[in-house]
Design a protein around this ligand. Structure first.
Ligand code: NAG
Length: 214
């Protein structure tokens, strides 16, 4: 009887360790919170490597489709940094010079604006990278309205820049982004997703020992 109890305890311990290990080390990378009557459906999303290294290439995969023509829509980003894997302590990331937890009024012109204004010296490279990624995947960036379409982005590289010191909160760690797209013509939510991304600074590019710390 005692031996049986010990086995049960060990089994239980293992089960808890496995369950725990899963939640702590492998959080589900993304989840969809879009309502079922939305014209947009994302069926697959993947970001690699994990952690994403800055500067460096991030590889982006996405599959999805839309079933009606869409014009101007706004993009709402809400980003928190998760300081500890469990229990989660979340620190909200601000919107700083259009980078971070910001609302972008019109996605039709967003990429062109990122390229033209080069916010904090980094948005041009990212905007051009996204434009290239979309073009390579058969989507015309900046075309408005966008026709109903099937989108397949298959592991396209997105070169990420060196993050300027002013954005120190994007240095390293686990981030959760809540992404919402709202149709400007009727207020309908087109897309709602949560994405978890772990980011890391590349150690090779530090200008000095001090530069590596901040
Ligand atoms: C497509 O259209 C209908 C409305 O006609 C909607 O209910 C449906 O969920 C839409 N979305 C997708 C992604 O199929």
């Amino acid at each position: 009887m005692a031996a049986f109890n010990v086995l049960v305890l060990i089994g239980l311990g293992l089960a808890i360790t496995v369950a725990y290990g899963r939640t702590v080390r492998k959080p589900r990378m993304w989840s969809d919170c879009t309502s079922s009557d939305s014209p947009v459906k994302i069926t697959h999303l993947d970001i690699s490597p994990s952690p994403v290294t800055l500067p460096g290439d991030m590889f982006f995969s996405l599959k999805g489709y839309s079933n009606r023509t869409m014009g101007s829509s706004r993009l709402i980003l809400n980003i928190v940094r998760r300081l500890q894997s469990w229990p989660y302590i979340e620190v909200p990331i601000p919107c700083f010079f259009n980078i971070g937890s910001c609302t972008y009024a019109d996605m039709c012109t967003l990429l062109d604006e990122m390229v033209a204004s080069n916010w904090l010296g980094i948005s041009r490279q990212v905007g051009q990278g996204i434009q290239r990624m979309l073009e390579d995947s058969g989507v015309t960036p900046g075309l408005c309205p966008q026709p109903p379409q099937v989108i397949t982005i298959d592991k396209r590289p997105l070169p990420l820049p060196t993050i300027p010191p002013a954005l120190y909160w994007f240095a390293e760690g686990l981030y959760r982004a809540h992404v919402r797209v709202i149709d400007n013509s009727n207020g309908q939510e087109l897309s709602c997703i949560h994405v978890d991304i772990e980011m890391k600074r590349s150690r090779q590019r530090c200008s000095s020992w001090f530069g590596c710390l901040f």
